[in-house]
Design a protein around this ligand. Structure first.
Ligand code: ATP
Ligand code: MG
Length: 339
């Protein structure tokens, strides 16, 4: 964590698309940090249902049915709604309005240059059917972040281009205003800011269907670990093995609490004599231990949907006020403040 976060109280805005249950990538990429930041900072978490529709408008129930699951995931990992405001994007009209204003200061060429969006467009095979909302979602993320005047955004590294885009918009609006109306923000990366899928080929992500979810059963965890990509040249136990690119070690680095032990395991694996069966067994035990209490709490929270809705409703009410305030300031920059 940066020094800055230790000393100054920051305004934090993060969020997740409501496109499915949260997974281990979310846990190490962002959720763990949010849990530790909520004590000292002013933190809001946005369930991004509107952004979820940008590539799921043909199947909206995927988004609507994911909303409460995501809230249950938050509570299960330790997000405390008394410390963190949890709100729903579609309940905050100011975000859509800000997106419209910001759309006028961003070029299509700039949007097409965004490396994360570029690779997502490719992997989703949109070609000529690319929804306008998908190409422009970085603008809507800029609206989300600036609507809270956030200064710190805990994210995975795929989101760095969105932070860059946000700060460009902030500078444009401030320059039009001739004074600082909006604040620039900084990303906060964890030390596992891009957890790979178990096959090591891609980032673990909901839309790739390659996840280990926070609610995964014991059996699902076990199957996923057993199928993990290791070192294809490590044929016999006594052979020296590679730890770089070996997903089992990437996960041990991300999840095992004993760094020294993991470092000893790596040395043993590199010199030979440590089998993949053993390293996978160690990882499986570790993940079972991490996920068991989360899975149990998640199940408990999902039994009381009314409570989850109340949390979202209360958080959205607070956020509506904040975001309307920023919207008025931005409208004034464009002279749209006649009454
Ligand atoms: P989708 O496939 O629908 O985009 P996703 O799995 O990529 O879903 P998001 O809701 O887009 O999840 O991401 C929410 C947050 O979690 C972002 O800050 C993102 O950077 C972070 N995140 C997502 N996947 C990972 C991962 N594999 N490793 C680290 N951080 C991640
Ligand atoms: Mg994503």
């Amino acid at each position: 964590m940066t020094n800055q976060t230790n000393t100054e109280r920051q305004v934090i805005l993060t969020g997740d698309r409501a496109t499915g249950p949260l997974h281990l990538g979310h846990y190490v990429g962002s959720l763990k940090q949010r849990v530790s930041l909520q004590d000292e900072h002013d933190q809001t978490i946005l369930v991004a249902d509107m952004q979820g529709l940008t590539d799921n408008a043909h199947n909206p129930s995927k988004v609507s049915s994911s909303i409460l699951n995501v809230v249950a995931d938050y509570l299960a990992v330790g997000i405390d709604p008394r410390k963190t405001t949890v709100c729903l994007q579609s309940q905050l009209p100011a975000l859509a309005e800000l997106t419209m204003y910001y759309s006028n200061v961003v070029t299509v060429t700039r949007l097409e240059r965004n490396p994360t969006v570029k690779s997502e467009i490719k992997s989703k095979g949109f070609e000529r059917s690319l929804p306008a909302g998908f190409l422009t979602y970085p603008i809507s993320q800029a609206a989300d972040i600036t609507a809270f005047n956030a200064t710190l955004v805990p994210v995975g590294d795929d989101q760095l281009p969105m932070i860059e885009q946000t700060n460009e918009i902030v500078r444009k609006i401030n320059s039009l205003a001739g004074k600082p109306v909006l604040k620039e923000c900084k990303p906060l990366l964890s030390n596992a800011s891009r957890l790979p899928s178990t096959d090591g080929k891609n980032k673990m992500s909901k839309s790739m269907g390659n996840t280990i979810n926070l609610g995964a059963t014991e059996k699902e965890i076990s199957t996923a670990v057993r199928s993990m990509y290791t070192d294809p040249d490590h044929l016999k136990v006594e052979d020296p093995g590679k730890v770089e690119g070996n997903v089992v070690f990437t996960y041990l680095d991300a999840f095992h609490p004993d760094i020294k032990y993991v470092s000893q395991l790596k040395k043993h694996y590199q010199r030979g004599g440590l089998g993949d069966g053993t390293t996978k067994k160690i990882l499986e035990e570790c993940l079972q231990e991490v996920l068991k209490p989360i899975r149990e709490r998640r199940e408990k929270y999902l039994k009381d949907k009314a409570q989850l809705i109340d949390i979202l409703r209360a958080g959205s009410e607070i956020s509506r006020e904040k975001t309307n305030d920023i919207l008025l300031r931005v409208k004034s920059v464009f002279g749209l403040n006649l009454f």
